[in-house]
Write a protein that binds this ligand. Structure first.
Ligand code: ADP
Length: 899
């Protein structure tokens, strides 16, 4: 349906156009009329002047004749006659000159100048003769050629010619009048024609348009009313000037369940039905529309006369007059009660579904945790079993069982992680850390895997301009490790490249761009769109070649999103794949925190663990550092010991190290008891758990724990954590929410003065002889250099067998430390250590601290080192800060301070 406003606009335009044309025609007519009038006036002036010239010629002739008569009669000349001749002749001449200049008609001009003599010459001669005759004082002075002009015949001829001129002027004027009448008639004819055309083509259609517009408006209104009626839409109008409110039928039906009770409703009638709790809100919304003159939408409840509560959706707009002033508020009211009930039901159903999903997620999470606990036991036992004397077949079976258990653990860990992310329980930490170091660690941890397959693993960090950033190193490690281990898994030859770059994203953020590129089997096009979905694998057959859960990439994608980034991939079958993406990291403005150098030997520490093996290993370790250690194998016993201490007036423990998984009262619960009791809450609490870390760190921090580690904890982590807690300084304050492996890893190493301090202390050690067991010549060189730089003397053994031989021949004094590579030909580091511990390298070396040098930093591998009797481990390639830290923890604190 055409828009009425548009129709009116169209008509307006047409009428303005028509009026414009009329105005133009009238102006043209006026201009021509005026010019005609001017021309007529001009013509009249010319006729007049020509007539006057004729009259002046007669007057001059009369004057000359009188003058001559007076001369002939010798009478004195009458001055009046003289001046009459003089004036008339001069006036005639000037009149003639004026006429000649003013006459534009060529025909008339020809009358003056044609013939011999011409009229022009005659007039000039006539007037000059008159003036010459006037000079005579006697008849003898009169010249015959002057008198000739005054002879009757010549005079008549002149008059005749002047008459002809007068007639010509009159004729020309008559012609002008005739043509102006004609022109005027033409103009009026055109005007009439235009008016007729305008009526036919403008006014008539415009009227039609306007009529059509009105009809359409009425139809529109009817249809709107029909639509409003069928949608049960009530329409109301509020007149701002008169403050009157008008309701349509439907409004009355909604509010009063009746036919209209009056032609106008009132504010009071409206307000009377609004639900008391919604009254303020409705009045506010309405006033807001009125004051701000803005359309509004709001919902409220009314109570009908039959006491039914109905939900109303109101919509209001402002109507303006042509000057732009608001004149009315027009609105609709719709009864949305049914819709509201449906929505409520939907929300309830959604909440129920979400609760069910949550329960399912929680169930999965707790199940995977429950499965993991016995699985840890199974793996531990298999690990121990593997190291007992077994037949070859038994060894194979144990190793298969162990690797199956490890796969199962990986699967459970993935499920646990995924359910956590899905349940929105993923917490991204903002820790100040060294990005370069993290990337190197990630690569190192996978180096062995790549090497086993003969692949080249390359790290490209050329575009990293700053090393300290704020972020979650644990999650970044998980993300990159996942992509890299996939790349290694699905590549049989060639290389895997991890490229990382940092670009500034905003004042506070870096964008970390990463890509993992391989030359592997690639991914078929059809499978690529589903790759980041959970549980999706390209080869999902039960006999598939590569293991995996299909959760890795789903977790990676969610991690990227949680870190304000994303991930994408491209791949070609049999050519390779490239996974690339980005995440946001914070810019670190914090001064680097130094790892404190604290003497932990004066601590009193309580260890609580239900596992007696763990308990005794930890106790030995702490005792080795000179710490006063107390143990409890349950939460109840721990509380008991603490109470006894208070009763005996002894100071409460400096630190409590609690295991999480304990029957009856777990570590978290024990922590709560200790923190809530004012007698014990000064104690610093450290949590150890075999569960994976998630936002549990926040949960532990909320209870009051100051450190949180997943087992097994490296000795260097434990030592550093104790130093940070003892130091109770900047490092502890910055550890938010609490101390973790990643935070400790982010700490910088002591500055040069502290380092020279360490060197002095090493110099004061009585025993500075270290045995390095390492098969790789380059590693031997690097490690020896570092150790010698610190002031140690180093003996090198090429493999385990060589080490046992060297130790057996070295009988005067024990080494202060043995650094032991794990993977070596002839005898590996694990077996060598076992032989040392069982005395096969001589009784002198049975208790010498053994620190593993390993490329494997997987949890299981660390446990393997500890199980074989090693005391600590260092990741390869050797980092001199890490090396110093381990040496400090093993050598300096077990000796009385020398300076
Ligand atoms: P999985 O634990 O099975 O590896 P992921 O989610 O990590 O689960 O990977 C899903 C699937 O994507 C894998 O099973 C594999 O088919 C394919 N895929 C992932 N990365 C690569 C890669 N670099 N090259 C080839 N295929 C890959």
């Amino acid at each position: 349906m055409a828009n009425v406003n548009q129709l009116i606009k169209q008509s307006q335009f047409r009428i303005i156009l028509a009026l414009g044309i009329i105005a133009l025609l009238v102006s043209v007519s006026l201009v021509t009329m005026t010019s005609f009038f001017n021309a007529q006036e001009y013509d009249a002036r010319l006729i007049n002047q020509a007539g006057r010239q004729r009259m002046l010629s007669q007057r001059t002739a009369l004057g000359v004749n009188l003058f001559i008569k007076q001369l002939e009669s010798n009478q004195p000349i009458n001055d009046s006659i003289r001046s009459m001749v003089f004036e008339s002749a001069n006036l005639m001449l000037s009149s003639h000159k004026g006429l000649i200049v003013s006459t534009h008609s060529d025909d008339i001009r020809a009358l003056y100048f044609a013939g011999e003599p011409s009229l022009d010459d005659d007039i000039r001669a006539f007037t000059s003769s008159a003036l010459s005759i006037l000079q005579a004082t006697s008849t003898s002075h009169l010249k015959s050629q002057d008198l000739e002009y005054y002879e009757l015949e010549n005079l008549n001829y002149l008059l005749f010619r002047l008459n002809i001129a007068v007639n010509a002027y009159e004729e020309s004027a008559q012609n002008h009048v005739t043509s102006s009448i004609k022109a005027e008639a033409v103009i009026w004819l055109i005007t009439l024609l235009v008016l007729m055309l305008e009526f036919m083509f403008i006014f008539k259609p415009s009227l039609k348009l306007i009529r059509k517009g009105f009809i359409e408006k009425v139809i529109q209104q009817n249809r709107m009313q029909l639509a409003a009626d069928s949608a049960h839409l009530g329409i109301w109008e509020f007149d701002i000037a008169n403050q009157t409110l008008q309701w349509d039928k439907q409004m009355w039906k909604i509010y009063y369940e009746s036919e209209p009770q009056a032609s106008f409703s009132s504010w009071e009638q409206f307000k009377a039905r609004i639900h008391p709790q919604d009254k303020d809100h409705v009045v506010d919304s309405f006033s807001q529309t009125l004051n701000h003159q803005e359309p509004t939408d709001f919902t409220f409840r009314i109570i009908t006369p039959s006491q039914k509560v109905r939900h109303i959706q109101a919509h209001a707009i402002i109507e303006y007059n042509h000057k732009g002033d608001a004149i009315k508020i027009v609105g609709t009211n719709q009864d949305i009660t049914e819709q509201k009930h449906k929505e409520d039901a939907l929300i309830e159903a959604k909440e129920k579904a979400e609760a069910a999903t949550r329960i399912k997620g929680d169930f999965l999470a707790s199940m995977s945790h429950e499965i993991r606990t016995p699985l840890n036991g199974v793996m531990g036992m298999l690990g121990l079993l593997k190291n007992t004397p077994l037949t070859l077949q038994q060894k194979q079976r144990v190793s298969v069982a162990l690797s199956s258990a490890q796969s199962l653990l990986a699967l459970i860990n993935d499920i646990f992680d995924f359910t956590k992310i899905e349940a929105d329980k993923l917490h991204i930490e903002a820790i100040d850390f060294n990005l370069d170091k993290l990337l190197a660690e990630v690569i190192e941890s996978l180096a062995q895997l790549a090497e086993n397959k003969g692949l080249e693993l390359i790290l490209d960090t050329i575009n990293i301009e700053t090393t300290r950033v704020l972020g979650d190193p644990g999650r970044i490690r998980q993300l990159l490790t996942n992509l890299l281990s996939n790349a290694i898994k699905f590549t049989n030859e060639g290389h895997v490249i991890l490229s990382v770059s940092l670009t500034s994203f905003s004042n506070n953020n870096w964008q970390l761009n990463f890509s993992v590129e391989d030359t592997g089997i690639g991914i078929p096009k059809k499978d690529q769109p589903f790759l980041f979905d959970a549980f999706s694998q390209v080869d999902a057959s039960s006999t598939r070649k590569y293991g995996g859960t299909g959760l890795g990439l789903a977790i990676v994608k969610r991690l990227c999103i949680a870190m304000s980034g994303g991930i994408n991939m491209n791949s070609q079958e049999n050519r390779g794949s490239r996974f690339y993406g980005s995440i946001l990291l914070g810019k670190s403005d914090r001064a680097e925190i130094l790892a404190p150098n604290f003497d932990v030997s004066r601590f009193n520490i309580l260890i609580v663990d239900d596992n007696s093996v763990n308990l005794s290993i930890l106790k030995d370790q702490l005792t080795h550092w000179g710490i006063n250690v107390f143990v409890a194998n349950s939460g109840a016993q721990a509380l008991n010991i603490c109470e006894q201490r208070v009763l005996n007036c002894q100071p409460i423990f400096d630190i409590g190290i609690l295991d999480m998984q304990m029957p009856n009262m777990d570590g978290a619960e024990l922590g709560k008891h200790l923190k809530q009791d004012p007698r014990f809450n000064a104690m610093h609490l450290v949590m150890m758990t075999s569960m994976l870390m998630g936002n549990d760190s926040q949960f532990m921090a909320d209870i009051g724990f100051c450190a949180y580690f997943s087992k097994p904890v490296t000795t260097s982590d434990l030592f550093l954590a104790l130093s940070v807690i003892g130091d109770n300084g900047e490092a502890l304050r910055q550890a938010t929410p609490l101390l973790t492996h990643d935070f400790l890893n982010s700490l910088n190493n002591p500055d040069d003065s502290a380092q020279s301090h360490i060197k002095t202390r090493i110099a004061n050690l009585t025993n500075k002889h270290i045995l390095l067991v390492e098969d790789n010549a380059i590693n031997q060189l690097v490690a020896s250099d570092m150790l010698e730089d610190l002031g140690f003397s180093v003996s090198v053994a090429h493999d385990g067998l060589d080490a046992i031989n060297k130790l057996n021949t070295h009988t005067q004094a024990p080494y202060c430390l043995i650094l032991m590579d794990c993977q070596m030909p002839n005898m590996d580091g694990f077996e060598t250590t076992q032989q040392i511990r069982t005395g096969k390298a001589g009784p002198l070396h049975m208790d010498t601290p053994v620190v593993a040098l390993t490329a494997n930093t997987m949890e299981g591998d660390q446990q393997k080192c500890l199980d074989s009797g090693m005391d600590d481990f260092l990741a390869k390639p050797l980092d001199h800060h890490q090396l110093e830290r381990v040496i400090i923890s093993w050598l300096l604190h077990s000796q009385p301070p020398q300076i």
